[in-house]
Design a protein around this ligand. Structure first.
Ligand code: URP
Ligand code: ZN
Ligand code: ZN
Ligand code: ZN
Length: 469
C-alpha cells in the first residue's frame, strides 16, 4: 500500500460511456468519493495527500478486458504471458481489470480447473482480475457444478463449436449447457465456428500441399463462422438463455447477430482490435511471418473491418476485448512450420487495446463516449462488474486512467511490456496513450513509469450479466 488515502485529480476532461465533462475527482480509500466541476467551492474544499494534474488530458475509467488467456495451454504449449507479465502489460495500456478464462480439462471437474487458475493468478496480478470458465466437458457433473460456480462469482461459461477433440462441444451438449444457464443466470459465451467442417478443409489443404499460414484463413471460412453463429443463436433461443458470441470477425456472422437483435433476442457480440486493424494481408506476409497473425476466428479480408466498426456504432456489437493469447514467434509459432494447423492460435494485444480503439475515435469510426463504452462500461455490465468497474462514479473502484490524447507513439516489440517476441502492430503509429493509471486508488503507472506490483491485483467475484435481466 502507498499509504495515501486521499487523492484528487484536477482539471481533466472526464469521459464515461454516458458523459463528457470537465471535472475534478476525489478518491478516498481506493474508491471514487466525489466528482465536482473544477473551481467550485466544493471541489476547492477537498484536501488530499496527493494531487494529480490532468489539465489537457482525459480522465477515463480503467479498461476492462473481458477476454484474455494468460498461461493458457494450447497447441502443445502455453501462452507466453504469465499473470504477472500480462497484468502489468495491461496496466501499461490503461486496462485495470481482466477476465481470464479458467479451463476445464476433459474428464476433470470444473472445480479443478478453477482452482488451478486461482493458483496461477493469486499473488501475481498487478491489476484486478476475474474468471470465466471454459466448459470443455459438458456432462451431468459439470452442469451441476455450473450452479456452484455462478453462486461464487464465475457467471459466464465459454463453449466451443470449434477445435474438435480439444474444447469442442456438440449441439446437444451446447443445448444442455444453455438450458442450465437459463436456470442459473449464467451467460453462455460461444466460439462460433463450424470446427467439424473446418477440420475436413484443413485435412484437404494439407493433402494438397497448402501448408503455409495463409491457408489458416482460407479453411476457416466466413460462411462457417456465420453458420455456427446462426446455430448458436437458434440453440440459445430454444433454451431461452442469453448468448454472447466472442471474437466476431466476419461481416456474415455479424449479420446473423444483427438479425437476431432486430428480433429483440438477448444476443450479444464481441470483436477484437485485430479484426478492426489487421487482415488476411498479414497472414500472407512473406516467409513464415504470417504465423504471427494466426488466431481463430481468423483475420478476414479488409472489407470486413468497415462492417465491424459499423456494428460497434449501431450496438450490434457491444464489447471489444483482446482475446490476448500470445505465443512467441521463436519456438512457439514456429511449431507450425510446414503445417499451419500446428501454429498455436492467438495474438498478443492486452497492452494495445485502449490505444487502438482511441485511434478509432481519431479516425472517425466511433465517438469518444462509445470508446469508453465498448472498452470499459459494456464489458463491466456484460460480466456483472458494473458500476464497481467500467465507470467513474461515486462508490466505484478508483480504477482511473489519465489519458494523453495527443501524444504520438509507435507500437513495437522493442518497447512493449507483453512477454512475447513480436508485436502484431509493429511500426504502427498511434496518437494517444495512458499516462498515469490508478488501480483502486493506487498509482500503478506514474507518468509512464511502472509503480505497481504483482500481488496488488485482487480477485473480483462477479454478478450476473446486467444486459440479460
Ligand atoms: O486464436 C485464439 N483465439 N486463441 C485463443 C483461444 C480462443 O479460441 O479464444
Ligand atoms: Zn494544470
Ligand atoms: Zn475462441
Ligand atoms: Zn479466446
Amino acid at each position: 500500500m502507498s499509504g495515501v488515502s486521499r487523492t484528487v485529480i484536477r482539471g481533466g476532461l472526464l469521459v464515461t460511456a454516458a458523459d463528457e465533462t470537465y471535472a475534478d475527482v476525489l478518491i478516498e480509500d481506493g474508491r471514487v468519493a466525489a466528482i465536482a466541476a473544477p473551481g467550485t467551492a466544493y471541489a476547492r474544499s477537498w484536501t488530499a495527500e496527493r494531487l494529480l494534474d490532468a489539465h489537457g488530458k482525459y480522465v477515463i475509467p480503467g479498461g476492462v478486458d473481458a477476454h484474455t488467456h494468460l498461461e493458457f495451454p494450447f497447441g502443445g504449449t502455453f501462452s507466453s504471458d504469465t499473470f504477472a507479465s500480462g497484468t502489468s502489460a495491461a496496466a501499461w495500456g490503461g486496462t485495470t481489470t481482466i477476465v481470464d478464462f479458467a479451463v476445464q480439462t476433459k474428464g476433470h471437474a470444473l472445480r479443478e480447473g478453477l482452482d488451478a487458475w486461482h493458483a496461477k493468478a493469486q499473488g501475481n496480478c498487478a491489476i484486478d482480475y476475474a474468471f470465466h470458465m471454459i466448459l470443455a466437458d459438458v456432462n451431468d457433473g459439470s452442469l451441476k457444478e455450473m450452479d456452484l460456480l455462478v453462486a461464487e462469482g464465475v457467471t459466464s461459461f465459454k463453449l466451443f463449436m470449434a477445435y474438435p477433440g480439444v474444447f469442442y462441444s456438440d449441439d446437444g451438449q451446447i443445448l444442455r449447457a444453455m438450458q442450465r444457464g437459463a436456470r442459473n443466470g449464467a451467460l453462455i459465451m460461444m466460439h462460433a465456428e463450424n470446427g467439424i467442417a473446418i477440420d475436413v478443409l484443413v485435412e484437404q489443404a494439407l493433402a494438397a500441399g497448402r501448408t503455409d499460414p495463409r491457408s489458416h484463413g482460407e479453411v476457416r471460412k466466413t460462411l462457417l463462422e456465420a453458420e455456427a453463429t446462426h446455430r448458436a443463436i437458434a440453440l440459445s433461443r430454444v433454451a431461452g438463455c442469453p448468448l454472447y458470441v466472442v471474437h466476431v470477425s466476419a461481416a456474415e456472422a455479424l449479420a446473423e447477430l444483427t438479425r437476431a437483435r432486430d428480433e429483440g433476442l438477448p444476443v450479444f457480440g464481441e470483436t477484437c482490435p485485430q479484426y478492426l486493424f489487421l487482415s488476411t494481408d498479414n497472414l500472407a506476409e512473406p516467409g513464415f511471418e504470417g504465423a504471427k497473425y494466426v488466431c481463430s476466428t481468423p483475420l478476414r479480408p479488409r472489407e470486413h473491418q468497415a462492417a465491424l466498426w459499423r456494428g460497434l456504432r449501431t450496438d450490434d456489437l457491444q464489447v471489444v476485448s483482446t482475446d490476448h493469447c500470445p505465443f512467441c514467434f521463436v519456438g512457439q509459432k514456429e511449431l507450425g512450420r510446414g503445417d499451419f494447423s500446428k501454429i498455436p492460435n492467438g495474438l498478443p494485444g492486452v497492452e494495445n487495446r485502449m490505444d487502438l480503439l482511441h485511434q478509432g475515435v481519431l479516425d472517425g469510426h466511433i465517438s469518444r463516449r462509445r470508446w469508453i463504452d465498448i472498452a470499459c462500461a459494456a464489458p463491466a455490465r456484460m460480466f456483472g462488474l458494473y458500476p464497481r468497474k467500467g465507470t467513474i462514479a461515486p462508490g466505484s473502484d478508483a480504477d482511473i486512467v489519465i489519458y494523453d490524447p495527443a501524444v504520438r507513439q509507435v507500437l513495437s516489440a522493442t518497447t512493449h511490456h507483453m512477454s512475447v517476441d513480436y508485436s502484431a502492430y509493429e511500426g504502427r503509429q498511434l496518437t494517444g496513450r495512458a499516462e498515469t493509471v490508478l488501480s483502486r486508488g493506487e498509482i500503478v503507472i506514474d507518468q509512464r513509469t511502472f509503480t505497481g506490483r504483482s500481488g496488488h491485483g485482487r480477485y473480483v467475484p462477479r454478478g450476473s450479466c446486467q444486459y440479460a435481466q
